[in-house]
Design a binder for this molecule. Structure first.
Ligand SMILES: [Zn+2]
Ligand SMILES: [Zn+2]
Length: 102
């Protein structure tokens, strides 16, 4: 995938992304085990401002919301399990385990 295709897929940002033209922008997509580097990104959607967690490398949008405690940091997904930053896993459409004190 070229960066332009990645950005088209996410649908919410393009050249604004700092790494959009970076040759290693695909690192976390193509390197097994490489982690996404999620940053807050605010954009307009349906005329409203929205803030999501977006990977500065591949441009993927995280499944979880930045307002959640320990959100799922997988790129938006439908079939695989949710996985949080702390490594907690729970099924899509299923309930999340009770939060554990840090
Ligand atoms: Zn990424
Ligand atoms: Zn998820």
């Amino acid at each position: 995938m070229k960066p332009s295709e990645v950005n088209k897929k996410s649908g919410i940002f393009h050249e604004k992304l700092r790494t959009a033209k970076d040759p290693v922008v695909e690192e976390c997509v193509n390197v097994p085990g490489a982690r996404h580097d999620m940053r807050l990104y605010t954009y307009e959607q349906y005329g409203r401002r929205k803030t999501s967690l977006v990977c500065i490398w591949c441009g993927g949008v995280a499944c979880g919301e930045p307002t959640q405690l320990d959100p799922c940091l997988e790129i938006y997904h439908h079939t695989t399990e949710h996985v949080s930053a702390r490594g907690e896993r729970w099924p899509v459409g299923g309930s999340r385990p009770e939060p554990v004190e840090a």
